[in-house]
Design a protein around this ligand. Sequence first.
Ligand code: HEC
Length: 222
Amino acid sequence: MLTTSCDDGDLKPQSNSSETGRRISMQVNFNALKAWPQNYMLTLAAFGADQETPLVSKQFAQPEKESDIQTLELSGLPDDAQTIQIALLTKGRKLIYSFYTHTLDDGDEDVMLRAENLSLASYGRIQQQVFNQYCTACHGAGDRAAGSLYLTADKSHAMLVNATAHAAITNKKRVEPAMPSQSFLIEILEEDLLNYNHTDVLPHDELVTLLKTWISNGANND
Ligand code: HEC
């Protein structure tokens, strides 16, 4: 039996023995749980040629502790599935960011995958979910970078971490590793600074929490 429906959250493992599709099981534990998504869905998802919307997906439950390992299964996979991903999706099931990708071989029958200590506050996620979506339009994607700040993928980390802010109203670093409260990046997004007006740029507080968690964990480039 092929599963073609949208089955986030409550897909019961298929026990039908005449089932033809492959079965994938994934064991994973997540780190940086403060950055657990609320307005988005963290899923195990199978993608075909369309890299934007998965063929099937199933949502991870929020664990209590970083050491909690959970196992999710996708069974009855459609034949056109090409990759299995730990994927962050919008509620409309569009891919925002992929934490992990496994490419399926034709020979793969039932596959058991494992990913340990996946950080939810990875820089790749921040670049795609925050900077690319809400910042680069003004900060570097076109022919200008407001405030001389480039937040494009090739430049953003070096422009932020340990870099002194230009703004006359602060002597903070843009990002001070391990110290979100000393980082101008957080201040500009949270406080209504005169002439800066960045408090409405992000649609959800959890994206600021994601940035704070990344800074608290050392502001690494991975
Ligand atoms: C609509 C355009 C626009 C968008 C979108 C925007 N910014 Fe800005 N940003 C500006 C402008 C303009 C300045 C410079 C203000 C000035 O220098 O007077 C600025 C300045 C900044 C600064 C201060 C840089 C410094 O060293 O002084 C930071 C940090 C910053 N933006 C971060 C962000 C982040 C993060 C996002 C996305 C969440 C974002 N901005 C989205 C227009 C924008």
